[in-house]
Design a protein around this ligand. Sequence first.
Ligand SMILES: Nc1ncnc2c1ncn2[C@@H]1O[C@H](COP(=O)(O)OP(=O)(O)OP(=O)(O)O)[C@@H](O)[C@H]1O
Ligand SMILES: [Mg+2]
Length: 262
Amino acid sequence: MENLIDIRGVTHAYQTKHGPLPVLDQLDIRVPQGEFCAVVGPSGCGKSTLTRLVAGLMKPDRGEVWLHGEKVTSPRKTVGMAFQNPVMLEWRSIIENVMLPLEIVAPGMAKSEKAARAEHLLEMVGLKGFETKRPSELSGGMRQRASLCRAIVHKPDVLIMDEPFGALDNFTREDLWQTMRDLRAAEPFTAVLITHDLRESVFLGDQVIVLSGRPAHTQYVLDVDLPKDRTIDVLYEPKAVEMLHLLRDQIRIAQRRDAGVH
Ligand SMILES: Nc1ncnc2c1ncn2[C@@H]1O[C@H](COP(=O)(O)OP(=O)(O)OP(=O)(O)O)[C@@H](O)[C@H]1O
Ligand SMILES: [Mg+2]
């Protein structure tokens, strides 16, 4: 299968006043078209840096990022992004916020068509009836649902998410995982999900990449061999529990490396 995302030997250091801070070291990640790649790793190891490189917001010192057979050298319109705290424009209604990327990517599209597309997505994530509300009138979980709609409204090839569910309580988070699963079944995209939550990585991922401590390289790749239409219950079955233990062990190894203990 074609690799839609191909990260090859990416090495990057930030220049700080104390000298260079190496963050990524010869990082390799390949995500086939339509697959969901979850990335976990110790705090501060370079995960958010990785998302910026994939989106073309930054260039690596060495190595290459390829999307759909094209080398990424500048910000890409065909990438959708979602973050932990969704930034919404308060002076716009929810549906107008969701339509925003279409205004940039497809300025010629009729307003009614943009609205229909946004409405369809909002209905899919359970926000029918909230289209004309302002962002502050929604709960955190609802705002995050709307922000997922906004991230995919323009049908991006690639969806990059940096801890999108991190600020939510456990039950809301599990609800959102299921929303994500359903969105993915309805709207094919290739995704990279940065998360601290190993259960989330196993529930949503086709593969889980464990990054080493900083400077990060790919320490371990887990193929999540579970049904695509998995339910939360799957996480309590022996196969998933075994994967969670394995990932936990890998994170421990990464943290030890991070602390300089080898
Ligand atoms: N613009 C910057 N200039 C200098 N240093 C930076 C910059 N951005 C990040 N860093 C440093 O690079 C390292 C990696 O940061 P990054 O945000 O990518 O980590 P992370 O894995 O996303 O962390 P977390 O899990 O806490 O979100 C950190 O030590 C951070 O302090
Ligand atoms: Mg981060």
